[in-house]
Ligand binder design. Sequence first.
Ligand code: CA
Length: 130
Amino acid sequence: MAYCLDGLKQLWISVATWCNTELSSSKQKQLPTGLKNPQAIARETVFSISEVEALYELFKKISSTVEDDGLITKEEFQLALFKSSKKHSLFAERVFDSFDRESHGVLDFKEFASALSVFHPIAPLDDKID
Ligand SMILES: [Ca+2]
């Protein structure tokens, strides 16, 4: 369990670092293409609208590493975490399954954003216990 939490912390640090870089480097960017309703996602998560937009950029990047279909597969998820799909990782699998609430085997942006929201350091504790 401690190992699992460490991994999640790592994942969060990469996401946070990536978001910060992205947010500060592109002040006057337009709305990312394909993101239809950042307000709705922002309402349901701990993220602000600009964070949702930055997360969407990250989502697009991860979801297009193997096939650019707007969905993250387990293989793409593992590539994003470990830069390798060869090493089978139980950790990546567990995290993926906890993100994939509807058990479709793929993650859409909403699942991705709400899962990261639950693991967000400032998320209410109740959400994490749920
Ligand atoms: Ca994909």
